[in-house]
Design a protein around this ligand. Sequence first.
Ligand SMILES: [Zn+2]
Length: 120
Amino acid sequence: MPPTNNTDKRLADYEQRYRELAAQLASIGLIHSGSLTRRYTRCATPGCKCHADPPQPHGPYYQWTAKINGKTVTRRLSETEAKLYEEWIANDRQLRHIIQQMRQIAAKAAELKLKQATNS
Ligand SMILES: [Zn+2]
């Protein structure tokens, strides 16, 4: 069976979507691995505001955590640093999301192309 116009149309659609995603990749900002946590703590000092009613815990404290070569690495961050990390980590998540979509589209397009190649 020769490749139908329908197959060509689907391939063209995949191609276009794929290019759109690639363009999004090109404009992505800095990326960073790991994750951020924001914590509030209570100390051991009696009468401290963190034990008041209502309690006013210490913080927020920001920490970055990542696994590097199988080891968990942590770093204390200032609020300013945390905001930057937050942005970079969000970019990293978006990057992986885009690549995942590209893989799915590429797999579908590859299937169609393989069918065309064996049928021609
Ligand atoms: Zn305290």
